[in-house]
Ligand binder design. Sequence first.
Ligand code: C5P
Length: 245
Amino acid sequence: MKSRSDDPVVALVAAAGSGSRLGGEVPKALRPLAGVPLVAHSLARLAAGGVERAVVVVADGLQPDFERALSDAPIPWQLVIGGSERQHSVRRGLDLIGRSGPAEIVLVHDAARPMVPPSVVAAVIAAVRAGHVAVVPALPVVDSIRRVDSRGTADGSIVSEVVDRAPLRAVQTPQGFAYATLVAAHDHVARLGLEVTDDAACCEAIGESVHLVPGSRLAMKVTEPTDMVVAEALLAAFGEQVRRS
Ligand code: C5P
């Protein structure tokens, strides 16, 4: 494994989704959490964890709104227009990162995870620096899980069976990568027209293995309206701790 002790760290923040499940007029990444847009929270946490610059992928037409939202960001950032699917947005962000300076380590983060503790960001960076080319923060699954058979039965009832949750992990962001590996992985996936769930899965498609580090409940993803309420409460209770972690 190659050691990457001095390599610069760039974040690719995916913020081009509409956030339709959250609802409301304002796109999700621009929604205020305690008065600060989600995307600005994300950049502050990434910077505190060791990220040196960021490329933020945004929906076309919203550049002025993101420029305002990020005017106080602690690290330099650039905007790029995203695509119709998350993986297209990430690909565009990777292209800009490659054009705009040295990049050996890239952290791909969902703007929708505004509370990720800097300690998780730092752990992901440390694992990539140690030589792992694809690193993912993950947590054990706490809910009981059932698998449903979407075909159901003749009378319309849903058929389901319990799944052993012990070996399951819920995956969070930021996911950390050797830049060249992630670009090769996205090229491969695009060439074959594969649909992948996340960037780590892209890397597995070219035969790389994924290294897990512990995630955090605070790195929850804001998806539905109740998540905003939970995020507000977490920020009120743990915000200072997150800033110092
Ligand atoms: O839709 P979902 O919540 O899974 O999106 C995860 C992240 O990917 C969000 O931060 C969203 O803004 C981003 N995204 C994107 N481009 C898309 C779709 C989603 O950057 N086309």
